[in-house]
Design a protein around this ligand. Structure first.
Ligand SMILES: Cc1cc2nc3c(=O)[nH]c(=O)nc-3n(C[C@H](O)[C@H](O)[C@H](O)COP(=O)(O)O)c2cc1C
Length: 462
């Protein structure tokens, strides 16, 4: 395996050995990733299966906190709602605190010995949390530190060409990813997980911003992204992934007068449950093996899923639902495209689930007690033709945002959603009837009544 030596995370620390080229590298999403990471269905990365530690495993596990003046954030609220009386303002310190905490903050602390202690608002493969959130204002780039609920000033003044030509009252949230953090456990598989997680985080910011009453426009454009990152992004080790523009909502019209609310744009509004903060505080992915109680999901959950996916921030995906046990809905295969759910076929989909949900010849979770499974499919062929290697980042952003919505909808109904990469993409394409050589599944999300992993999972309050 080719690779390079990176400097250690802090003075005196052992240098991180050999991060795989694709995980560290200059080309963040080489074309082989489709075959290697989407179609390989490896349950265990080769680096771990080979019996020796993944690159960097022996190096200090904790990444250094970014250098720079630290600014405390006001405590986040217990509930999320627009402030009464005036339009939500993305420069309001209370709004910034709430937005960052409920998008990517530390929400639960698991005290189980040997467990993964820190859980954030969004799921992350083995809790590695490779994504970073940076708030960009005309006066600086500020990195969110969830552990301390603070911001670190990375650079002062992001102006001129680097600050996009929008209203000066707009703010931007930029998502970057440190592949090496996930590569320490997953080796070459890391870029795939990091791309998925960046998308989920984009969905999380969009959802919370909407609950706070902000107008939010998510963005994938590479040039805008690079411009936003240019003044502060380190030259290596952290990849720009996506961004969101946050703005005040248009003022409500005065009675009788026409108002220019600006054109309604995709992503301006999002579905969210009434008490989003409480839902996010209880969201979890279940225990190490997904083996839920055999309980049905309700028709209301499916209705919420339909509504939520219709406002997914980037669109460009379809959601295939294999439903086994839903009250008032016949078991079968359903598909959600362009805002509507329609039935494709009837009958218990257990056999399909167990054929798709395989890792290395074994069924990857207990589908017999799982109520339904969502598969998020994208138009890979069209995206690659249009964006080349960058298609990988783009389609994962869009589908990832939708995957987070599935998790939140499940949590709202007291259930658990588990993102699980133990599935066979080629079998999924065939059995779900996707367009050959065009569409592929990039997320499998199981929904069921799984218990949280430990009895010592405590809420974190700042
Ligand atoms: C992109 C992604 C891929 C994942 N893949 C798997 C998987 O293949 N197998 C599995 O058991 N869990 C998988 N998970 C679940 C995570 O390990 C789980 O979200 C993590 O433990 C965090 O738990 P929490 O969401 O309860 O905080 C995945 C999660 C994400 C976000």
């Amino acid at each position: 395996m080719t690779g390079r030596r990176l400097p250690g995370p802090h003075p005196g620390a052992e240098p991180i050995q050999e991060i795989p080229r694709s995980a560290a590298g200059d080309v963040p999403f080489p074309p082989e990733l489709w075959a290697e990471a989407v179609y390989s269905r490896r349950a265990i990365p080769t680096t771990l299966a080979a019996g020796h530690p993944a690159p960097g495993r022996n190096a200090a596990e904790v990444d250094p906190l970014p250098q720079g003046p630290r600014l405390p954030l006001v405590p986040p609220p217990l509930h999320l709602a627009p402030a009464p009386g005036s339009p939500a303002d993305p420069s309001d310190p209370a709004v910034v605190s709430a937005l960052l905490h409920y998008s990517y903050g530390l929400l639960q602390h698991d005290l189980t010995p040997g467990g993964w202690p820190l859980h954030r608002a969004v799921a992350s493969a083995r809790c590695r949390y490779p994504s970073e959130l940076t708030l960009i204002t005309p006066t600086g780039a500020l990195r969110f530190d969830p552990l301390h609920h603070q911001l670190t000033l990375l650079c002062a003044a992001v102006t001129g060409a680097q600050y996009p030509e929008h209203e000066s009252t707009s703010r931007f949230i930029v998502i970057t990813s440190r592949f090496a953090r996930t590569a320490r456990l997953y080796g070459d598989y890391a870029p795939r997980l990091c791309a998925q997680e960046a998308g989920m985080l984009l969905g999380a910011v969009h959802l919370v911003a909407s609950a706070l009453g902000l107008r939010t426009r998510p963005g994938q454009d590479q040039k805008t992204l690079n411009d936003l990152c240019a003044p502060w992004l380190p030259s290596a080790g952290e990849h720009p992934m996506g961004y969101l523009e946050l703005a005040r909502p248009p003022r409500p019209p005065k009675t009788g007068s026409p108002v220019d609310a600006g054109p309604q744009r995709p992503g301006d509004r999002a579905w969210h449950p009434p008490d989003l903060a409480s839902v996010l505080r209880v969201r979890h992915s279940g225990a190490a093996i997904f083996d839920p109680e055999p309980a049905p999901v309700t028709r209301e959950l499916i209705d919420d899923l339909e509504a939520a996916l219709a406002t997914a921030p980037l669109g460009d995906f379809s959601c295939h639902l294999l439903a086994r046990s839903v009250t008032d809905l016949a078991p079968g295969h359903y598909v959600h495209v362009e805002g509507r759910l329609r039935q494709v076929s009837e009958g218990d989909p257990l056999a399909l689930l167990e054929q798709i949900g395989q890792s290395e010849g074994r069924v990857s979770m207990n589908f017999r007690s799982t109520a339904c499974v969502a598969y998020l499919a994208v138009r890979r062929g069209a995206a690659v033709a249009r964006y080349g290697d960058d298609a990988f980042r783009r389609v994962h952003l869009g589908a990832g945002a939708a995957a987070h919505l599935v998790c939140v909808v499940a949590a709202r109904h007291g259930l658990t959603a588990r993102v699980h990469n133990g599935y066979d993409a080629a079998t999924a394409e065939r059995l779900l009837g996707l367009m050959p050589d065009e569409e592929t599944v990039i997320f499998q999300v199981a929904i069921g009544a799984a218990r949280p992993p430990a009895s010592f999972r405590l809420p974190v309050v700042f």
